[in-house]
Design a protein. Structure first.
Length: 111
C-alpha cells in the first residue's frame, strides 16, 4: 500500500470523529440526532423538515460537510438514535472497504 492511501484512511478517521463530535453537540442542544432525511447537512444549515430542531446553534455545528478523500460524500444513517457515519473507502460503493464510526479503531489500512 502506498503512503498516500494510508494518509487518506487517516483523514477519513479524523473526519468521522469530527462529524461524530458535531452530531453529539447537535443532540445535546436538540434532544436527538438529525434524521437520516435531514442528513449531515443539518450540521451546517438548520433543517427545514420535521423534526425542526428547537435549539439549533445559530452558526451551525460544522462549517461545511466534508467529502471523503476519494471525493465522495460521507454517508449518514440514523436508526432509532443509533447513528452510522461512514465512507465507502477506496473501493467505492460496490467494494468492501467501508470505514465507519462502528469500526474506526479496527478499520484496516485499506489496500
Amino acid at each position: 500500500m502506498s503512503r498516500p492511501e494510508q494518509a487518506r484512511v487517516v483523514k477519513v478517521k479524523q473526519d468521522i470523529l469530527a462529524i461524530q463530535s458535531a452530531l453529539d453537540l447537535y443532540k445535546l442542544d436538540n434532544g436527538s440526532y438529525p434524521t437520516t432525511d435531514q442528513g449531515l447537512q443539518a450540521l451546517v444549515t438548520k433543517p427545514g423538515i420535521q423534526p425542526i430542531p428547537r435549539n439549533w446553534k445559530s452558526d451551525g455545528y460544522l462549517q461545511d460537510v466534508p467529502v471523503d478523500p476519494w471525493g465522495l460524500a460521507y454517508q449518514y444513517m440514523n436508526d432509532n438514535e443509533q447513528v452510522k457515519i461512514f465512507s465507502y473507502g477506496s473501493k467505492g460503493k460496490d467494494g468492501n472497504s467501508e470505514i465507519g464510526n462502528w469500526n474506526i479503531n479496527t478499520a484496516a489500512e485499506v489496500s
